[in-house]
Design a protein around this ligand. Structure first.
Ligand code: A2P
Length: 282
């Protein structure tokens, strides 16, 4: 499975499961477009697909899963509970809805999409995720957009840390401190908006000069940096040749100096909301 893509181990109840370090993201890809995009990604070699109830494209992802010849057991499928469904019983119902739309009896990873402080329901939501994992509806469970204080609270109130924390990470927001906290607690960091497209990082001169030096595109340099800092990375594209390009990351390496030069671009600049202030759907 997953050809030449390295994997990382995730805590999964009593054991561990492997997550490919490179996956395909589907945020903002409309349901009617996503089937072709996922099929293009599977053809290019991706075996991990990331969706969410909020993306409104789980049915389209499900169609791709039915159309592909890649068997379900070779795929790593992630979805997320949206803010409006947070709470114990509503999360259990949201999972059944996602599984029905995806046309599968389990996901590999189920995530809380945002902490949503105005709702203050993420601890009960987390308890529901632990139950879903124990029932086998999700092999591993985790969160997105959690800061240290949210993670600490989960641990204090339930005794269990998430297996994954999916957060905004790119060269202008390297999140070194939070990634280190994750690592120290055996939480795999997954990087969303990896290319920082809204901040136009692809045209940063430092990225450009490294791209020239390694004879790769700026996007490939940025994605390679994510792999080398130890994250799972889930680039998204609707363009088949860019989908392929973003998978072609395993025949070159950045030097330590090049990784450090990219680390040095950090400006603490978010392109998305601050998780302490994001309450859409609360
Ligand atoms: P497109 O779908 O036209 O390829 P982010 O990582 O910040 O979420 O960025 C996603 C955006 O980056 C998408 O809009 C996508 O546009 C664009 N993109 C994806 N791969 C590449 C690439 N290899 N080169 C340039 N732009 C890319």
């Amino acid at each position: 499975m997953t050809a030449n893509v390295p994997t990382l181990s995730l805590r999964s109840g009593d054991g561990t499961i492997e997550i490919p370090q490179l996956g395909f993201g589907t945020w903002e890809i409309p349901d009617e477009e996503v089937t072709d995009c996922v099929l293009a990604a599977l053809k290019a070699g991706y075996r991990s697909i990331d969706t969410a109830a909020f993306y409104g494209n789980e049915e389209g992802v499900g169609r791709a899963l039915r159309q592909t010849e890649v068997p379900r057991e070779d795929l790593f499928l992630t979805t997320k509970v949206w803010n409006d469904a947070q709470g114990f019983d509503s999360t259990l119902a949201a999972m059944d809805d996602s599984l029905r739309k995806l046309g599968t009896d389990h996901v590999d990873l189920y995530l809380i999409h945002w902490p949503t402080p105005a709702k203050d329901a993420y601890v009960d939501t987390w308890k529901a995720l632990l139950k879903l994992r124990d029932e086998g509806k999700a092999k591993a469970v985790g969160v997105c957009n959690f800061k240290e204080h949210h993670l600490q609270r989960l641990s204090e109130e339930t005794g269990e840390m998430p297996a994954v924390n999916q957060i905004e990470v790119h060269p202008y927001l390297t999140q070194a401190k939070l990634r280190e906290f994750n690592r120290a607690h055996d939480i795999v960091t997954e990087d969303w908006s990896p290319l920082g497209a809204r901040l136009d990082i692809i045209h940063d001169p430092v990225i450009g000069s490294i791209a020239n030096a390694v004879e790769k595109t700026p996007a490939q340099v940025i994605l390679r940096w994510h792999l080398q800092i130890g994250s799972v990375v889930i680039p998204r594209s609707t363009n088949p040749s860019r989908i392929e390009q973003n998978f072609d990351l395993f025949d070159f390496e950045l030097s330590d100096e090049q990784v450090q030069a990219i680390d040095g671009l950090d400006e603490g600049k978010r392109s998305g909301p601050d998780p302490d202030e994001f309450n859409v759907g609360a």
